[in-house]
Design a binder for this molecule. Structure first.
Ligand code: 8IG
Length: 275
């Protein structure tokens, strides 16, 4: 790798070292990114042993969106003793800071020793059966950004990008969970109804502005990936109503207890035997 291509990986190693130093936790087993509507969902995971403003760690930028919390937390998972690193906010592609900034949290998680990346988001749903507040497991993705975190002839296999064994665990925790294909648009505007119809025709069930670039970076780092979307609104043109950020925040509040339990129990089962 060239010096400029390796710099973001070095920055992630620096961040992981800073987290180990500040937290006193030398390594983590699993990491989570909390998306829109998921801010409270990590509270049932276990005891928070360290927490800090993400901007105190190298490479992390302040969050750009109301409703996102820019906090890093180290949690000792209740029942298993595993160490979970919780990234309370993400850098979005639409912020224009570049793909390396978008995936810095994932690379940092990998550098802390994490073997599993749990990516959550709030998104629009194309299936009208998914009322706002419905969690949906991500089965596969369409990266429609035109960007990638990979540089050079790095032909990472994405056949089982969202690890089947982890999806199986989530299904065991909540047998009513549906699965869907998540499509990332660049944003920051929501889609037009015509773009939502295009997404549907090419096989998407969920539309959002995050996650796919992070999943690719996680896979490149050798992590297992679990993705869970919270449908916070029906995608444009599906319901006939206009989209509002307030609706997104409200759906997150309403879904809180269900997604908190889902996340906590799934993480517990994933990390059983990890610590
Ligand atoms: I929350 O309907 C949320 N994020 N692209 N479309 C896109 N992103 C979203 C949406 C949506 N809802």
């Amino acid at each position: 790798m060239t010096d400029s291509a390796s710099a973001p990986y070095q920055l992630a190693r620096d961040a992981a070292a800073a987290i180990a130093e500040a937290s006193g936790v030398p390594a983590h087993d699993l990491a989570l990114v909390l998306g829109s509507g998921w801010a409270g969902a990590a509270d049932l995971l276990g005891e928070t042993v360290w927490q800090a403003d993400a901007t105190s760690i190298p490479g992390f930028r302040p969050p750009a969106v109301a409703g996102h919390v820019g906090t890093l937390r180290s949690i000792r998972v209740e029942g298993t003793g595993a160490r979970a690193l919780v990234l309370g906010a993400r850098t979005h592609y639409y912020e224009g800071a570049g793909v390396d900034a978008v995936v810095h949290g994932v690379r940092t998680a990998a550098a802390t020793g994490a073997r599993t990346m749990v990516l959550t988001n709030g998104c629009g749903g194309i299936n009208p059966d998914w009322a706002p507040g419905t969690p949906v497991l991500i089965r596969d993705q369409i990266n429609f950004t035109g960007a990638t975190p990979l540089v050079g002839a790095n032909f990472v296999d994405l056949t089982d990008l969202y690890t089947p064994a982890l999806r199986q665990i989530a299904h065991e925790v909540d047998p009513s969970l549906d699965e869907g294909v998540y499509m990332q648009f660049s944003g920051p505007s929501y889609e037009t109804p015509a773009e939502v119809q295009m997404a549907k025709v090419i096989g998407a069930d969920l539309v959002g502005m995050s996650t796919t670039l992070e999943a690719i970076a996680a896979r490149e780092a050798g992590l297992d990936v679990l993705g869970i979307s919270l449908v916070t609104n029906l995608a444009a043109g599906i319901s006939g109503e206009a989209l509002s950020h307030e609706e997104v925040l409200q759906a997150g509040r309403d879904a809180g207890p269900r997604i908190s339990r889902l996340l906590a129990e799934t993480v517990r089962r994933i990390t059983d035997g990890a610590a």
